[in-house]
Ligand binder design. Structure first.
Ligand code: BGC
Ligand code: BGC
Length: 789
């Protein structure tokens, strides 16, 4: 956004901008010279209760139309992690800009009787680049940026991200996350720069400055800049056992001394918005916590921007629903993020202002906060539609070469070398074998919040135009050094290589779907490759992709060198820069690395295998002692739960016709498995069978117990549907056709109907059939327990 009030109409015309004149009573130039307070008071004095409330309502793009926008005049809207313009998550940048224009124009249609026109703003989660949009530069996630310890670099990332956001006509970024993750089992650990609040404070403030520009500078909130958000206030990284959206307990001053530390820094940097957190503090949900939202944030910390809620976070307050929650506004929330239920909420809020439940003064204060941010962002000076603003529609700037260069530098600077016996740097001229299914998998390297909310799944490299995989970065570097590089995901070779690079790690996840019970990295693909190379006498480098430190003692023992690569994003070449020695290894851990697999919250050198701040240069080839490989958590497969919250537990897979369907998603051999919302977004699947197709869900170890499946029939079977487990075949045709009348229900498969319960379930349908699955688990049941459907 740019403050256009200084420009004359002629200059605007020259710049190719269409300026829609603002209200007659407040000519832009005159109003822009008035103080913020005067302007806000003037606007408020001319707004009806409905219009005021609408400023506080933030729906998501696929729940309203341009007609709704024109009629209700929402103050803002968002795209969720799974939402794209016109229902297309993979829509090109031009469609994002088209929607931005359409909504902006609808929001600025003239109103009667002196009512002020207030342009809408669009918020998005550009949490590691503008990654909801195809082709954008994908920067490493925050956990990696923390390892660079380089605020200047983070500031550049903010600026690059802001420009890419502007290209698509969007105004507002829900970033940075300034969570101080203290229990790495939390699924959002990778959104945290560090477990050390000071590091988070420095990095968060730098990103704010990059996104918004520096306070006092001419471009503050101007060209090449967007509105930033410090989130989630507060305590998101401090929940018990790292449970997402969970409870934070303890002495409030002690909690503030960790989790509130990044906020003063972000506020000093001029952050315009703060997002309330889903968690509770000592039993009270943050969205309804007046003491903290108003008392601490506005009072003690002096925050003067607007407070936005998180995705239906208000609905989680005791006594609230998504459509009825004066408590949040009264506690100090200004904008309700209400993705779908905007209409009901709008109506109740209006009624609650009219009946006095919500004092007019509080309404005015909240609306005033929204208006101030819009004024500061230059939106109230002259009405310029998104596509007429600087950077808009300059498609070469989406995934811009200079931005990709910044990202590549960030990747290189975030690599943390944990072990190196001298195999690194890779000698030039060597014959390098690159193995592991993650090596050429950009989606996996990018992690969650990438094109889709959860990331990964069925995304493939074609979804990332302009990006470079880790493999292709290594290939280029090795060839430039006169060597040869070969990719073999399974580690096979015909000529013995001089060295192998094994790329492996966590599969993408976001939010609660990434919560874990322990930090044991149990997927053994990388481990078996490392062990195979060791047995073959081939030195091997482990490149570990993860959103958190994990227990990887086995891999550390098996590898000659081990690099924590985090979630690097679209510029995989930054890894080769370090492996080849072209850029020195300077990354330092922002989190303590666990030595034990059942490690709870660590946050100190005691009990850490590698403490905060650890990271070797390539010259440091001191041997790493042999590490203990025992891990009870690996034995006790927490496999009771096979599928929950939209994810498989470790060791559980789904296949159709031999093709893997990661986390029960994808399309193969007549089976289509797609995400479905039951309680939370994409926590379930719809599985559709073409006639004659089958799907197998299996555990890679030996389990025991009966199966319990929460399901719902979508399309009644007209021909046989069979379930095979172990040696048993269970005919599901009749029970499933009965279930077709019902809603969600449980199927329990015991030995009563499946004499031998095996470690896999194969569903086969002769005809077309479709059902939804929410959870699958195994459990011990009393002998003789009947099957039920
Ligand atoms: C997340 C926020 C995000 C919002 C909008 C929520 O679920 O907690 O971080 O900004 O969704 O996508
Ligand atoms: C949205 C995310 C949001 C999440 C909350 C998803 O549908 O896309 O942005 O954070 O729901 O559960």
């Amino acid at each position: 956004m740019k403050a256009f009030w200084m420009a004359s109409a002629a200059a605007l015309a020259l710049a190719g901008c269409t300026a829609i004149p603002a209200e007659v009573e407040t000519t832009p130039v005159a109003s822009a010279m008035q103080s913020e307070d005067v302007r806000v008071a003037d606007l408020l004095s001319r707004m009806s209760v409905e219009r005021k409330v609408a400023q506080l309502i933030q729906p998501q793009i696929n729940s309203f139309t341009a007609e709704d926008m024109e009629r209700y005049r929402f103050g803002s809207y968002l795209n969720g992690g799974n939402g794209g313009p016109y229902g297309d998550e993979f829509a090109p940048g031009s469609e994002w800009l088209r929607l931005a224009d359409e909504m902006y124009i609808a929001s600025t249609q003239p109103l009667g009787s002196g009512e002020p026109v207030i342009p809408v703003i669009w918020g998005t989660d550009a949490v590691h680049g503008h990654t909801n949009v195809v082709q954008a530069t994908i920067f490493p996630h925050n956990i990696a940026l923390g390892a660079t310890r380089d605020p200047d670099l983070v500031r550049m990332i903010g600026a690059a991200t802001a420009t890419e956001i502007e290209v698509t006509g969007i105004d507002w970024n829900f970033s940075p996350t300034v969570a101080v993750a203290r229990d790495d089992r939390w699924g959002r650990t990778y959104e945290s720069y560090s477990e050390d609040p000071q590091i988070v404070a420095a990095m968060g403030a730098a990103l704010v400055e990059g996104l918004q520009g520096r306070k006092g500078d001419a471009d503050f909130l101007g060209t090449g800049r967007v509105i930033a958000t410090a989130k989630h206030f507060f305590g998101d990284g401090g929940t018990e056992q790292g449970v997402d959206q969970g409870d934070v307990n303890g002495d409030i001053e002690a909690l503030k001394s960790v989790h509130a530390v990044p906020y003063p820094a972000a506020i000093d940097a001029g952050v315009q918005t703060v997002m309330a957190s889903f968690n509770s503090i000592n039993g009270k949900k943050m969205h309804g916590n007046e003491e903290l939202l108003t008392g601490v944030l506005r009072g003690e910390l002096g925050f003067e921007g607007l407070v936005v809620g998180d995705w239906n976070g208000h609905g989680q307050i005791k006594g609230c629903t998504n459509t009825d929650c004066p408590q949040a506004l009264l506690a100090g929330l200004d904008i309700y993020m209400v993705p779908d239920d905007w209409k009901g909420l709008l109506e109740t809020l209006v009624a609650q202002v009219e009946d006095g439940t919500i004092p007019m003064a509080r309404l005015d204060e909240a609306v005033g906060s929204v208006l101030r941010v819009k004024i500061r962002a230059g939106l109230m000076d002259e009405f310029v539609k998104p596509s007429d603003r600087p950077n808009a529609g300059e498609w070469e700037k989406l995934g811009f070469a200079p931005h990709r260069q910044v990202a590549r530098t960030a990747v290189a600077k975030s690599q943390v070398v944990l072990k190196n016996d001298g195999i690194l740097p890779l000698r030039s001229g060597s014959n390098v074998l690159v193995a592991g299914s993650a090596a050429n998998n950009i989606a996996q390297a990018a992690g969650g919040w990438t094109l889709t909310w959860q990331g990964g799944g069925d995304l493939d490299n074609d979804d990332f135009p302009g990006a470079t995989s880790i493999w292709s970065g290594i290939e280029t570097a090795v060839k430039a050094g006169g060597g040869t590089a070969t990719l073999a995901a399974d580690g096979s070779y015909s000529t013995k290589p001089d060295v192998a690079v094994v790329v492996f790690g966590e599969e993408p996840y976001a939010e609660f779907a990434g919560d874990r019970k322990n930090l044991a990295f149990s997927d053994e693909e990388g481990l078996s490759l490392l062990r195979k190379f060791k047995a073959d006498g081939i030195p091997a480098v482990a490149v570990f992709l993860s959103g958190r430190p994990m227990w990887v003692n086995r891999e550390l023992n098996a590898a000659n060198a081990f690099v924590a690569s985090w979630l690097p994003g679209s510029e995989g070449a930054g890894i080769a820069d370090v492996l080849s020695g072209a850029i020195p290894a300077t990354g330092k851990l922002g989190f303590s690395w666990p030595e034990k697999c059942d490690q709870g919250p660590l946050n100190s050198a005691e009990g850490a295998l590698f403490p905060l701040g650890y990271g070797r240069s390539l010259a440091d080839t001191a041997p790493l002692r042999q590490l203990d490989e025992t891990c009870d958590a690996l034995m006790a497969h927490d496999g009771a739960e096979w599928f929950v919250n939209g994810r498989f537990s470790d060791g559980i897979t789904a296949t159709a016709g031999g093709t893997d369907l990661p986390n029960l998603r994808g399309k193969a051999a007549g089976i289509t498995a797609i995400g479905l919302d039951r309680i939370a977004q994409e926590d379930s699947r719809t599985i559709t069978f073409a006639p004659g197709s089958s799907i197998t869900i299996a555990q890679d170890s030996e389990g025991t117990g009966a199966y319990r499946i929460l399901y719902r029939v979508r399309q009644r079977p007209t021909q046989p549907v069979m379930l095979k487990t172990g040696e048993a075949d269970v005919d599901l045709t009749y029970p499933l056709s009965v279930a077709a009348e019902k809603d969600w229900r449980e199927m329990v498969i015991t030995q009563a109907c499946a004499a031998s319960l095996g470690d896999s379930l194969t569903f086969t349908s002769t005809g077309a059939f479709s059902f939804d699955i929410a959870t699958i688990s195994r459990e011990e049941v009393a002998e003789g327990t009947d099957c039920s459907f």
